[in-house]
Write a protein that binds this ligand. Structure first.
Ligand SMILES: [Zn+2]
Length: 215
């Protein structure tokens, strides 16, 4: 934690400085993953050694913790490329916001990706909760209670259409990041940051953008 200024730029001369270029790198990596032409970049000993003094990831990847969403694999990236924050159902709390702010404000990543997916257990549990009026016990309740607000406004549509529920939850999460974090809001306003809400299809391995700010 805490990279001194000046040591980061030497890490990678292909580093994308703007949100659109950063998103394009991720989309291109995902296309290599879908078509079985992965390059496995930045995964060798040279890269490891070059990164040891400092990191400079080009994107903050905030996604669901689902085991099928392994970030560096599905976007064909390597060491030092992505600052990854994942929780079940990509639900947001103070530590999540602080971690994303670190990636954006200290590490200077120009892009935040919110990554959701079909058949998400957390979204399913939230829909069950809305349907039944009950919530699970333990800390699972905290996860469900942070998904439900995204869906109550579109209750009937969300219950009937899982893809709509997913899109709404991703859009809600993107909006929450932009609204709750002063650091993120400021960088968005200055045009230095973009937030892309991406929906991942488990079966195909593909992503599509369903929400965005500045990108
Ligand atoms: Zn999930």
């Amino acid at each position: 934690m805490g990279e001194p200024e000046g040591t980061r730029a030497a890490v990678d001369d292909e580093w994308p400085a703007d949100p659109a270029t950063a998103l394009r790198l991720l989309v291109e990596g995902n296309e290599r993953f879908i078509t079985g032409r992965r390059r496995h970049p930045h995964q060798d000993a040279d890269r490891r050694a070059a990164l040891a003094p400092a990191q400079r990831p080009f994107a903050v990847l905030f996604g669901c913790a689902d085991s099928r969403l392994a970030a560096e694999i599905i976007f064909d990236q390597g060491l030092g490329d992505l600052f990854v924050v994942r929780t079940a159902g990509h639900v947001v709390g103070p530590e999540v916001l602080g971690s994303i702010e670190y990636g954006v404000a200290v590490l200077d990543a120009p892009l935040v990706v919110v990554l959701g997916h079909d058949s998400c257990g957390a979204i399913g549990a939230a829909l069950d909760s809305i349907r039944s009026g009950s919530v699970p016990g333990g800390y699972l309740r905290d996860v469900v209670e942070r998904v439900v607000p995204a869906l109550v406004g579109v209750r009937d549509e969300a219950l009937a259409d899982p893809d709509l529920a997913l899109r709404e939850h991703i859009r809600y999460t993107v909006d929450m990041l932009a609204q709750r974090s002063v650091v993120i809001a400021q960088q968005l306003a200055e045009g230095r940051l973009g937030i892309a809400g991406l929906a991942y299809r488990l079966g195909e391995g593909s992503v599509r953008q369903v929400a965005g700010r500045g990108v």
